[in-house]
Each structure stands twice: as structure tokens, then as C-alpha cells.
Design a protein around this ligand. Sequence first.
Ligand code: ATP
Ligand code: MG
Length: 558
Amino acid sequence: MTEPVAAEVGRDFIRDIIQADLDQGKYREIVTRFPPEPNGYLHIGHAKSIALNFGIAQEFPGRCHLRFDDTNPVKEEQEYIDSIQADVRWLGFDWGKNLFFASDYFDRLYEWAEKLIGDGLAYVDDQTQEEIRLSRGTLTEPGKNSPFRDRSVAENLDLFRRMKAGEFPNGARVLRAKIDMAAGNINLRDPVLYRILHAHHPRTGTKWHIYPSYDYAHGQSDAIEGITHSICTLEFEDHRPLYDWFIEKLPVPSQPHQYEFARLNLTYTLLSKRVLTQLVRDGHVAGWDDPRMPTMAGMRRRGVPPAALREFVKRIGVAKANSVVDVGMLEFCIREELNRTAQRRMAVLKPLKVVIENYPEGQTEELEAINHPDDPGAGTRKITFGRELYIEQDDFMENPPKKFFRLSPGNEVRLRYAYFVKCTGVIKNDKGEVVELRCTYDPATKGGNAPDGRKVKATMHWLPAATSVPAEVRIYNQLFSNPSPDASNFAADLNPNSLEILSDARIEASVAESNATEPMQFERQGYFVRDKDSTPGKPVFSRTIGLRDTFAKEVAKG
Ligand code: ATP
Ligand code: MG
């Protein structure tokens, strides 16, 4: 298990920069933004960015915008716009009135593109996408000028307006910035500003036949909104000179500054929207909110408390160098939070019937069980004890090895909140499998302690046969069995045992009756949450997380 590193919580190089800017009186208010592209659901990497941007707006005088970078209508959908808003709120952040869309700025971006053309800083290129790619050069070789680079302003304007009017088919022409095909930074080699796309946009409908590139739209959107600190991940570091070029050439209302931080990577996890989309589309998972997905929707469904995610991103901190965080750290934060907040209940995942032979037939009694060991305020509940019970199959062994202290013939154990019991007989089916146990109980040990002071080495959970309720329990494991799954061939690294369904489980009646959406601890098993697949006849519970980290060990053993 990873010992969580005590990061210097709440302090990082970005916050230091902001503090220094405020100290120097550069800004009265700090304005940040979280700028998702609505082409998929948010994942835990986005949680890091959300907590950083919205966190800064809470800690310093300022605000944080939620801006959808909706410049590519082919991949973007309203479903994603809705899910992203739900996820940001769930994580505990609020943009207030500051909800924006890059598409709100399409008119202004278009005017500015005409201005660049007028200033001789942009041109319409008739080359194909392939030709443009081939003439871009490499890291060691300069690119080649397009044969269309020296078109007159008048011809460029005419062509660009006709692109806008929808006169040309997809891909026929693009608008490019006229910067420098020999620039060391490839992003400055006449990047594409607009492409022709006859596509329906979720917000602007069929108004546009050309769409701005992300690189052209992003910085100007920041400038329009008065973003002071435009925080993004490291892969955009090389784009910064381009963004600064636009800001310098255009009459923008403000000058945002971009700062880059390392994106979150997690072991056993792929955080790429391309891969996550593929997992959903190819049916490797049951949807974006499949509890095995690293999406916020998946984690919410799985019962991960948002506070655990906030704590996790706080602990990992914000750095400038890329690294991979052990998923054990995330699991540690989930366990910590649930251990504090989750009520305790009992469930038997793989039931084995037990008959207490010396308990009177037809008799039952109510025993008291505590709801949280560290929180007396959480109160108690009643559990019915009777002659027929269920225990966990794994808690019994007919021929136990030396260190097995749970139930075995002749051995005495404690049933939690109830009595000491001793196994007196084993009933098997035709196949020789144990199907029922015969036990006796000691009536003097009510509550779980013997007046003569004798001890037992194991305390086991159990449920009454009559009043416990059948349930399906889903046990989730890592989606990938490789600690660093290969994004280009991820299907090969999928864990074939990432979902185990236990369809004969039993749960306490109180659990079945409650519609609580909060996870509970099933004693000795882990934390579980009611799933939306539950039906009135059969509740379904998903394991949020086990009590201990066993996966890494199992994988190591092979
Ligand atoms: P992907 O690369 O998976 O498609 P993306 O970066 O393109 O993700 P966006 O919707 O553009 O997804 O991301 C919105 C914001 O979240 C961006 O500012 C981006 O830098 C940030 N972000 C995305 N992935 C991570 C990550 N793994 N860790 C931290 N921040 C991230
Ligand atoms: Mg992106």
C-alpha cells in the first residue's frame, strides 16, 4: 500500500504566482476558468483541474468561470454539456452566473479573423489537409510555404466570406495564420484558424459552416472573459507563444496569462477521453457511469464521496513535472472518508446456513447493534436473532489450517452483537459440498461476552435467515490489470475479473428498506452503495471499496 505523502496542502507554484501578482497590485480580482470540451464525461483528471481553478477562486478574491470549449460540433453533444455541469456541482463547486460557451464568441472570433486577414496576418489555403501536414516540416526541418500564402487581402477576404456562407464543401479550404513556416516551434508554422464544417452545432444550429480551431478560440475566449490566470495542462506549454501572438495582434479586451501544470496520471487507469469513449462504445463497460470507470459519474454511482476526491487532489498537489500517482492513494482517501462517515450494517455475501440446535424453535429476540463505532450519535438498531442464521461461507472450514480461527468443527466463535456459538455438525450435498452447519449457542454469552471470562479468537458477522433480504452484490476491481495500461491497445490490458456478481447475497432488512444513497460499511467486507439497477424485489449493492488494499497483492502473486 502506498503511504500517502503529506503534500504541502494548499500551497503550490500557481498559488504562489497568484499571491505575488496580488501583492504587486496587478489585479484586484483573480479570474480563472475550467474549460471542458463537451465531447465526453469528466474524469478524475478533470477533478484535479476543477479543484485547482475553483479552489483558487475561493481562496483569493475572485471567481471561476465554467466555459465550454464547444468548437468541434462533430464530437460534441448536449448530453455531455449536462453531465459536465452535474459533475462540477457534485464535486462541490459552483460557477454562479459565470457559465459561458466559446460558441457565444463565434461572431467576435470571426470579426477578428477578418481583421487578421486585413492586416496581412492570415490567408486562405486551398491545400488539402494532407498537403498541409506534409509541408509543415519536422522538429529538425523547417516547413514549406503554401503556394497560396501570398494571396491578396481582397482575395482572402472574398474566399473567407464565401467559406462562411457555405459555398465550399468540407475540407476544401482553411484559414491559416501567416506567422513563420520556419519557426522552431511547430505551433507557429501558420496554424489553422478556421476549417469548413457543414455540421449542426448543439447551440448555434446550422448558422455556421466554418468553425474556429481550439487554438484560435481558446485564448481569445479567455481574453473576452477577463481571465487573469489561464491554467492548463503541460501539453499546452508549446502553444503559449501562439496564444500570446493572437493576444498581441488582436484588439482583445484583456491579456490573460497562461500557466501549465502536470496532468494527473493514475496507475491501473487511463484518463483519456478517447479511450473512455471507446470503452463505452465497444461495450467493455456498461456506460459512462459504470462504477469501474474513472469518470466522476462512475465514481458517484460507485459511492465515492466527493469529499474523498477533493481530499485526494489536495494531497497530490499541483506540480510542473509529470508523474504517475498510485491509485492506492485515491483508495486510501475513499476509505478514510467512508470510515468516518459510513454507517455500519451487516451483509452476508456468500451465505452458508446455520441452525442453532439448542435455540428454541419459533423463538426470536432483538439484539442491539451499533451504527458507528466512533460516533455514538449515529445510534443503534435492532437485529433479530433466531434459530436459523446465515454466515459467510469463507468463515467456515471443515479441516482448517493452523491459523484459521473462525468457525470449524468443535471451535467456538462470537457472532457479532449476539452469542458465542460452536459448530457441532456439518451437512453436505451429493457433491460433498457443505450446505448447512449445525451449531449450539451459549445463552450466557448474550451480547458477545462470556461471564466466565473465556475468550474466542474470531468475531463473525451473520444475518437471520427469516428476516434478512436477498440481494445482488457487485464487487468491482481495477478495470485494467496492467499498472500502466497501453492507451493504444487498451483492450489487451483489460482485467477480465473487474466485475464479480454475487447474486445470492443477503442484507439486513433495515438496509433493504432504506433508500439511502450514501454508502454503508458492511462489516468486515467493505463499503457498499445501493445501485440504480435495484428493483423492488431485489436490491443491488455495489462495492465502493474493500476495507483493505488487496488488489496489488493479488496481481503481484499472479
Ligand atoms: P483528453 O485529453 O482526455 O481528451 P482534455 O484535456 O482534452 O482530455 P478537456 O475537456 O479539454 O479534456 O479538459 C478540460 C480541462 O481539464 C483542461 O484544462 C485540461 O487541461 C484539464 N485536464 C484534462 N485532463 C486532465 C488530467 N488528467 N489532469 C489534470 N487536468 C486535466
Ligand atoms: Mg482538450
